[in-house]
Design a binder for this molecule. Structure first.
Ligand code: WTA
Length: 638
């Protein structure tokens, strides 16, 4: 278990104000949940009717081969048609789709028309470079408008994007490109983050030395820094976009959107699991579209005059679902900020809210805790009165941070949507809606149609207040379809622990009101500042250093980050422990995996606690580090 939030289960309910209730799309959540429970397919069919399908579905849900569920089978659509094309024949054509501010203060904005035009041209470029329906395209960029543009351009022509977060590094990129067999990588020369330059192109170059499949690299100029361009392989985005191939034969900046099956793959998103091998979560056009847009609409109550800011990076699932696809599907205006929250001062976010009149802010507990440390004076210098709803995601939020967010940022008037979900679920699963009475630290109730439970080792429901495994018992449209190229691992990891149910990997409690309290991961996943990392990937990065024989990584509680990585390392014979070596090992992990995976602390040890079959007992390391009881040690071989 990662961390136990301190909470009292009978905490006072925080009820929505009259203003919030009047505004709320859903006034009676319980009735909505009952309807969904009575007829799940009719519930989702009603929502699906809000989208354009070129061909209608034969079945809403095909559950003939569990756990390989399919949604809207027989239907054809394209998520990009629903994000862009369909808005162009309405007044939204001239509405702002995207507002962007760079870390240095530059501004760019795109109407739906302008965004669609850019996406069309880039889609034409990709087609001209040989990208076809079903091909995988790797995207590794900073937070610039071309990131969503690249994603949308891929999806528009039926290609499958695989976005790698810009905070990852050489080996993480190599492993992901190799697994997805991408031929094309889209990147930037560099990116700005916290006043520093991230050398994205250089990292890509290094990763490509390790993989053979990539034929072309498209480079967006962001920093203007000098980067080597390999003749015949590397192309500048701005050069390609001015070529005749970016337009139609008659010279128009248009591109036909590919009609795809509802179950056609939309993207791969790599995430961490129990082994060192990265696993690609696969999502599809139809079900993902319906699930993401519907949850965003009801939970964040998005209206046409709203400006929605989800601070997540598009390189993670939160960015895929609720920066890029969800808001555009709803025809909303989304705001993207390139840089770090405290650059150049800790009021940057608050000044952006004031400057752009943001109405809804969706962020992560780690950011709230980090900004809270700088005190109230920073936000109090700004007019935050445009805010009407707040949100949080990524890890349990401690009630202190919740209350600060509610009182100081929301002025006590903005409900906080604490949304629990995963890369695998694609959409919010346990979440308040604006009408829901809140308890600080609880994600409240399952979204209508979602059946969750908290169970013991044998799959039996535990009593209210008791801790157990969080499972999901009914399929939902935005659910992952499989692990790319690994159906067996999909079944094994998610559907075996409790037969017939989806195993989340989280532990939770449910209180007497049926409210869910997430405790943390029960597997080898560590949430560092809300970023999901696998112990195995960190360990294999350590072991790839010539001085290291064996390594174990664990997560220990950290005040701001939630968890921090601590690693234990056994050196090879003849290697001398030293502070320099420890510093070198930390740098090595940062270089291979990325700065987000750099261990907080590395301890050199003569041996690691293992089972007799040779498995490292991380829980023993964790208990020892925290001075806690070590539990059952019968399998331990010292
Ligand atoms: C954790 C992020 C508590 C949880 C969308 C889950 C949360 C993992 C919450 C998925 C929340 C996410 N409260 N814990 N509101 N939201 N988590 O795939 O452990 O990066 O299993 O998706 O984050 O992380 P992932």
């Amino acid at each position: 278990m990662e961390s136990t939030p301190s909470h009292s289960q009978d905490a006072d309910l925080i009820r929505p104000t009259r203003d919030v209730l009047e505004h709320a799309l859903v006034k009676d959540r319980a009735a909505m949940a009952r309807a969904a429970e009575q007829d799940l397919q009719a519930f989702w069919a009603r929502e699906a009717a809000n989208f354009v399908w070129f061909n209608g579905w034969d079945k809403v849900l095909d559950d003939s081969n569990p756990p390989f569920y399919k949604w809207f089978t027989g239907a054809t659509t394209n998520i990009v048609y629903n994000c862009l094309d369909r808005h162009l024949s309405t007044w939204r054509r001239n509405k702002l789709a995207l507002i962007w501010e760079g870390e240095k203060g530059e501004q760019r904005s795109f109407s739906y028309h302008a965004l669609s035009r850019e996406v069309c041209m880039f889609a034409n470029v990709l087609r001209s470079m040989g990208v076809r329906k079903g091909d995988r395209v790797t995207i590794y960029m900073g937070r610039v408008p071309e990131l969503p543009i690249a994603m949308l351009a891929c999806a528009k022509i039926g290609a499958i994007h695989s976005v790698i977060y810009g905070g990852f590094s050489v080996e993480a990129i190599h492993g992901r490109i190799e697994d997805s067999q991408s031929n094309i990588v889209i990147t930037c020369d560099g990116g700005y983050m916290n006043g520093k330059v991230v050398e994205l192109k250089q990292i890509v170059d290094e990763a490509l030395k390790r993989c053979a499949t990539v034929e072309h690299v498209i480079v967006i100029k962001r920093t203007g820094m000098d980067v080597p361009m390999e003749e015949g392989r590397d192309y500048w985005y701005h050069d390609l976009m001015t070529l005749p191939v970016a337009k139609t034969a008659s010279g128009q900046s248009r591109c036909e959107t590919e009609e795809v099956d509802a179950e056609h793959p939309l993207f791969l998103l790599y995430t961490s699991g129990t082994t060192g091998k990265p696993k690609a979560i696969l999502h599809t056009h139809g079900g993902y579209m319906v699930g993401v847009a519907t949850t965003l609409k009801y939970v964040f109550d998005i209206q046409d005059d709203d400006r929605f800011w989800c601070t997540a990076d598009p390189g993670w699932v939160t960015g895929h679902s609720y920066v890029v696809y969800g808001p555009l599907l709803l025809g909303a205006t989304v705001f993207i900020y390139e840089g770090g929250p405290t650059y150049p001062f800790p009021n940057r976010w608050w000044s952006l809210i004031e400057k752009y009149g943001i109405n809804i802010l969706y962020t992560a507990p780690t950011a709230i805790r980090g900004l809270m440390r700088f005190g109230e004076a920073w936000p109090n210098r700004h007019d935050l009165s445009s805010l009407r709803l707040l949100g949080t995601v990524g890890e349990p939020i401690n009630p202190e941070a919740w209350r600060w967010y509610h009182r100081v940022i929301g002025k006590g008037a903005c409900p906080i949507m604490d949304t629990w979900w995963q890369t695998e679920t694609g959409m919010f699963m346990i979440t308040p809606m604006p009408e829901t009475p809140l308890k600080p630290g609880s994600g409240t109730l399952p979204f209508p149609g979602v059946q969750a439970d908290v169970v013991d080792e044998h799959g039996n429901s535990v009593k209210p207040g008791e801790e157990g495994y969080l499972i999901l018992k009914t399929p939902w449209p935005a659910m992952m379809r499989t692990i790319y190229n690994d159906n067996e691992r999909y079944v094994e990891q998610y559907w075996k622990k409790v037969p017939g149910a989806y195993f989340t990997g989280d532990s939770a409690r449910r209180d007497a009101d049926g409210y869910y309290w997430i405790i943390g991961r029960v597997d080898d996943v560590i949430k560092v500042s809300g970023y999901r990392l696998g112990t195995a990937e960190i360990e294999s990065a350590l072991v790839s250093h010539p001085a290291v024989a064996e390594a174990a990584a664990i997560g220990l509680p950290h005040e701001v980050k939630g968890n921090a990585i601590h690693a234990y390392v056994m050196l090879k014979a003849g290697q001398e422990p030293s502070d320099e070596l420890i510093a070198e090992l930390r740098e090595h992990v940062s270089h291979e995996m990325g700065p987000i995976a750099k261990p907080e602390k590395i301890t050199i040890v003569p041996g690691l606690p293992k089972t007799r079959s040779g498995k490292i007992m991380r829980r023993v390391l964790k208990a020892r580090a925290q001075g806690l009881p070590e539990g059952d040690l019968t399998t331990l071989e010292e």
